[in-house]
Design a protein around this ligand. Sequence first.
Ligand SMILES: Nc1ncnc2c1ncn2[C@@H]1O[C@H](COP(=O)(O)OP(=O)(O)O)[C@@H](O)[C@H]1O
Ligand SMILES: [Mg+2]
Length: 305
Amino acid sequence: MPELASRAHLQNIVPVVDAAVKKAGVQLQDVDAIAFTQSPGLIGALLVGAGFAKSLSLALGKPLIAVHHMQAHVMANLINPPLPEFPFLCLTVSGGHTQIVQCQSPYDMKVIGETIDDAAGEAFDKTAKLIGLPYPGGPLIDQYAALGNPQAFSFPEPKVDGLNFSFSGLKTSILYFLQNAGKSNVYKEAFTATEEEKKQFIQTHLADICASVQHRIIHILLNKLQKASQQTGIKTICIAGGVSANRGLRNELTRLGGQLNWKVFIPPFEYCTDNAAMIAITAHYKYLQNDFVKEDVVPMARAEW
Ligand SMILES: Nc1ncnc2c1ncn2[C@@H]1O[C@H](COP(=O)(O)OP(=O)(O)O)[C@@H](O)[C@H]1O
Ligand SMILES: [Mg+2]
């Protein structure tokens, strides 16, 4: 609910900044610059952050730095040593995005593959909704998947050219699969299962459904990542974004990386989901280049980077 989100931002921004400054053990006057997220996101929330950052920068006489949220997810890999060496590929998987980014330096990053429909996080969240789990479904599917058999049910691999992804077909096949109480994942004129049978099927097979869907999502992601590595010759691989907290993905990536001689970098959990440290590290690199913005800067719901 966008309006509730922006109101919550307005309510919380002062206490959150106060708490952060206290926890960091610094004085606001001591910081070198003020950074904020310019895009993408819910515009009402972005406006609160941008307005607050501008005021703070004016009041403290500190330069202002605008950060792109998706670049910041990638940069989360540069927070804690050991740091990946450039060039590297980053698979950024969140609730709104699925991208493979080729990173030549902190100042030269290019999206070489992305989703043409749903994001990987959406595939998790929409599956969760279909099986009656609350939002956000990703972490819950992760938990149930650990108890299930990933080979129990099979879901189709989408056919998408190049390095792009697609997840909407997977969602549809899960829908049909549930409507047929697991007997088929293709469309039938009349679905065979009653609501009661469907519910019963989900209850009995929850862990196996989660494990099988998660297995397919991970497979789709890692297939394209492998293709990107082959095409670019880059073997240093990072991941970022909320979905990179997924234990199945982390384990499979580590296993595949070992097999293919990749150097794999996986940020700690707290830097995978949305966080302010990733905005700060991106701002740090921009600061080194005097990459500042003026007071007339505006946030944008969507923007390229
Ligand atoms: N352990 C997990 N397994 C799978 N998905 C997860 C996990 N933890 C978080 N997610 C997913 O990550 C997404 C949120 O990503 P995040 O980058 O924090 O936010 P946003 O997409 O708003 O930028 C949600 O779709 C959520 O379901
Ligand atoms: Mg995010």
